[in-house]
Design a protein around this ligand. Structure first.
Ligand SMILES: NC(=O)c1ccc[n+]([C@@H]2O[C@H](COP(=O)([O-])OP(=O)(O)OC[C@H]3O[C@@H](n4cnc5c(N)ncnc54)[C@H](O)[C@@H]3O)[C@@H](O)[C@H]2O)c1
Ligand SMILES: [Zn+2]
Length: 370
C-alpha cells in the first residue's frame, strides 16, 4: 500500500522529516533508509528484549541482507532502562563494532527505545542519522513525532537529552497486534487528548473505532494513528511561529504527571493522563473558563477506550507540591492547559495555559475533591 505521509517541520534550523504510515511498511526498511539517508553505510538496530524477537531481528536481517550493517543491539525492556547506563552500553557496543561517522541507528520499539536510541544517535560521533520505527501505540502517535530524545536520571524522567529529529518515522499499524491490550488503551489516552484540544469530531471517531483499536484491527489503528500524527505534527510544526503552541500537548499532564509520580509510577502514563484530563476539565469548569459538561463528555470518551472515566480522590496538597517541583510552573505558580470547550483550548492572554497564582490550584483541587 502507498504510505500515508505527514511532513513534520522541525524548525530551529533542523531538517524536516516525513512520518510514513502503512500496513507492512516495516518490511520495506531497506528501501526507506536508502531513500532518506543514502550516505549511511551501516545501520545498527536498537530494540528491547520484548520487541527484538518480534520485529527488531527481522529489520536487522533485512539490513544485513542488503549489505547495510544490521547489528542488533538489545536493551532490557522497561522505563528503568532508559538510563545513562544503557546509553553507555549502546555507545560502547557501537564503538566495539567499529561504527563511525557513516553509521546510523534504527530504533525499533516503544517510546523507551525511541528516546534512548534517539539520544544515542544524537550523541554518537556528535550525531548520526536515526530512523524511528515505533511499535507501541503511544510511541506511534506521540513519542516518535517531535524529535525529543533523552534518558531518565534518579532525580527524574527525561532530564538529560537532546533534540534530534529522525530522518523518517516508519509506522506499521500491524505491530499493535502483539502489544498488550492495556498498552493499546494507554495509547488511546493521548489520541483522545489530541481530540480534546483540537478536533472534537476526531474524538467521536475514536469512540466509534475504540473497540476495533483495542482489538488491534490494523485499519482502525491506522486511522487513529494517522489523524493523531497529523495533529501532533501540526502543533510541533507551528510551535515556533505561534509562541509555544506546543504547550497545549500538556493538556491532562499537569495533574496527570503528578498523579503518576505520586503513585511511584505504578499508575500507567495513559491512565494517569486520563485522570489528569478529567481533573483539568473540572478545574476549567470550576473557573468558568470551560463550558459546562466538558468533564462529562471526556468521561464518555475515556470509557470507550477502557480508561478511567471518573475522577478518583486525590491528595490535593501532595499533587500541588509535585506540580510545583515540575517544569509546568511559571514564577512558581502551577500552569494548566484548560479547554474553552471540547476541541478547543482556552487562552489566557497570549499564553496557551492558565497560571493559577498563589494557593488557587491547591484550593480548587481540594474543593473539587471534597
Ligand atoms: N520523545 C517524546 O516526545 C515522548 C513523548 C511521549 C512519551 N515519551 C516516552 O515514551 C516512553 C513510553 O513509551 P511506551 O509506552 O511505548 O513504553 P515502552 O517503550 O516501555 O513500551 C511499553 C511496553 O510494550 C512493549 N512493546 C512495545 N511495542 C510492542 C509490540 N509491538 N508488541 C509487544 N510489546 C511491545 C515494550 O517492550 C514495553 O514492555 C516514556 O519513556 C516516555 O517518556 C517520549
Ligand atoms: Zn503523555
Amino acid at each position: 500500500m502507498t504510505p500515508l505521509e505527514v511532513l513534520v517541520r522541525a524548525g530551529g534550523g533542523l531538517h524536516d522529516y516525513p512520518v510514513r504510515v502503512a500496513i507492512g511498511i516495516r518490511r520495506d526498511v531497506v528501501g526507506q533508509v536508502r531513500e532518506v539517508a543514502a550516505g549511511v553505510r551501516r545501520w545498527a538496530v536498537v530494540s528491547d528484549d520484548n520487541v527484538a524477537p518480534l520485529y527488531g531481528a527481522d529489520v536487522a536481517e533485512s539490513l544485513a541482507a542488503a549489505g547495510l550493517g544490521g547489528d542488533l543491539l538489545t536493551v532490557p525492556a522497561g522505563e528503568m532502562y532508559k538510563s545513562r547506563e544503557q546509553w553507555s552500553a549502546l555507545t560502547d557496543a557501537l564503538l566495539d563494532a567499529g561504527y563511525g561517522r557513516d553509521g546510523g541507528i534504527v530504533a525499533v520499539g516503544g517510546g523507551v527505545v525511541g528516546d534512548l536510541a534517539g539520544f544515542v544517535a544524537a550523541t554518537f560521533m556528535r550525531g548520526v542519522p536515526v530512523v524511528q520505527m515505533p511499535t507501541s501505540l503511544l510511541a506511534m502517535i506521540d513519542a516518535s513525532v517531535g524529535g525529543k530524545t533523552g534518558v531518565d536520571t534518579p532525580r527524574g524522567k527525561n532530564l538529560v537529552g537532546a533534540f534530534h529529529p529522525p530522518r523518517v518515522v516508519l509506522v506499521d499499524p500491524e505491530t499493535i497486534a502483539t502489544l498488550p491490550r492495556a498498552e493499546r488503551s494507554n495509547g488511546l489516552a493521548e489520541a483522545l487528548k489530541h481530540a480534546a484540544i483540537l478536533d472534537e469530531a476526531y474524538g467521536e471517531r475514536i469512540v466509534a473505532a475504540a473497540a476495533d483499536v483495542l482489538d488491534a484491527d490494523p485499519d482502525a489503528v491506522l486511522g487513529v494513528v494517522h489523524r493523531s500524527i497529523q495533529i501532533k505534527a501540526d502543533v510541533v510544526s507551528r510551535d515556533e511561529r505561534e509562541g509555544g503552541l506546543r504547550e497545549i500537548l500538556n493538556f491532562g499532564h499537569t495533574v496527570g504527571h503528578a498523579l503518576e509520580q505520586a503513585s511511584g509510577y505504578e499508575l500507567a502514563h495513559g491512565r494517569a493522563i486520563a485522570l489528569g484530563m478529567l481533573w483539568e476539565a473540572a478545574l476549567g469548569e470550576s473557573l468558568g473558563v470551560s463550558g459546562a459538561g466538558v468533564e462529562a463528555r471526556l468521561g464518555g470518551w475515556l470509557r470507550a477506550a477502557e480508561l478511567p472515566s471518573e475522577r478518583i480522590d486525590i491528595d490535593a496538597g501532595e499533587i500541588d507540591d509535585l506540580v510545583r517541583l515540575d517544569k509546568k510552573v511559571r514564577d512558581g505558580s502551577p500552569r494548566v492547559v484548560l479547554l474553552a470547550r471540547v476541541g478547543e483550548v482556552a487562552r489566557e492572554g497570549d499564553a496557551w495555559s492558565h497560571t493559577l497564582a498563589g494557593d488557587e490550584f491547591r484550593l480548587r483541587l481540594e474543593r473539587l475533591a471534597g
